[in-house]
Design a protein around this ligand. Structure first.
Ligand code: 13P
Length: 262
């Protein structure tokens, strides 16, 4: 296992989703690596990019020697075997991945991934030395029905239930309200604060007292360079999981710089 991600770091991770070929991804990664000045990333802020599986190798090569971490967008819960199309955590680790996104809403709602599967993937990531970025968040209908807290508690509880404190603390959570993803409708800092507090309180109950304060909770959903400073000024927001704005080096870099400076 790799060393656990340090407690409550700032992290800005780019989720490229189903964008960028291997060559396009490498070009973007080279631009980002160039922005780090060939050495340390923006001070005080971890940076990661999560390309599609097919670009992991080329992006990893382009990032080599830079402080930018490599991550994947998903993994199979099993360690290997007859799972056509599956990608095991060990395969991601072998490509140099440090992170893996688990339970993204586009997989929960678009590909039928349930809470139990997300929990298995979280454990699979830890087993293979990866830091899972565990996504939780309510849909618009759930928010409008006043069910945000219930959904965030249920998803967080299901993912962490039964996990020892030490592995649980080697994870990162991303609160991504589904209604904010790709819509241009970013959550207010107050909405993010409220949800992040619910996540932390749930971790305190499930993992152990004090766990919530030690885990990094990122916000995701329509984060842009313009909106990032207000989000990062909120003490409950430890960074961001960025979709669209991570597909261009300059905008992603500005978001990372805002997180580092906050
Ligand atoms: P956008 O930043 O494009 O809204 O996507 C957010 C997201 O889903 C990151 O995982």
């Amino acid at each position: 296992m790799t060393a656990p991600w340090p407690r409550r770091p700032r992290l800005v991770a780019g989720n490229w989703k189903m964008n960028k070929t291997a060559a396009e991804g490498a070009a973007l990664a080279r631009e980002l690596a160039g922005l780090t000045g060939g050495g340390a990333a923006a001070p005080g802020c971890g940076i990661a990019v999560c390309p599609p599986f097919t670009a992991l190798e080329s992006v990893g090569a382009a990032l080599r020697g830079s402080a930018i971490h490599l991550g994947a967008q998903d993994l199979h819960p099993e360690p290997g075997g007859a799972f056509t199309g599956g990608i095991a955590g060990s395969m991601l680790a072998a490509l140099g991945c440090r992170f893996v996104i688990v339970g993204h809403s586009e997989r929960r709602h678009g590909m039928g991934e349930d809470d139990a599967t997300v929990a298995r993937k979280l454990r699979a990531a830890l087993r293979d030395g990866l830091t899972p970025i565990v996504c939780v968040g309510e849909t618009l209908a759930e928010r409008e029905a006043g069910r945000t807290a219930e959904v965030v508690v249920r998803q967080t509880h299901a993912a962490y239930d039964g996990l020892e404190a030490s592995p649980a603390l080697a994870t990162v959570i991303a609160y991504e309200p589904v209604w904010a993803i790709g819509t241009g409708r970013v959550a207010t800092p107050e909405q993010a604060r409220e949800a992040h507090r619910i996540v932390r309180a749930t971790l305190d109950r499930v993992v152990g007292a004090g766990a919530g304060a030690r885990l990094a909770v990122l916000y995701g959903g329509s984060v842009t360079p313009a909106g990032a400073p207000a989000l990062f000024a909120e003490a409950e927001v430890d960074g961001a999981l960025v979709g669209g704005a991570s597909l261009e080096a300059a905008s992603f870099w500005r978001i990372a710089a805002a997180a580092a400076g906050a």
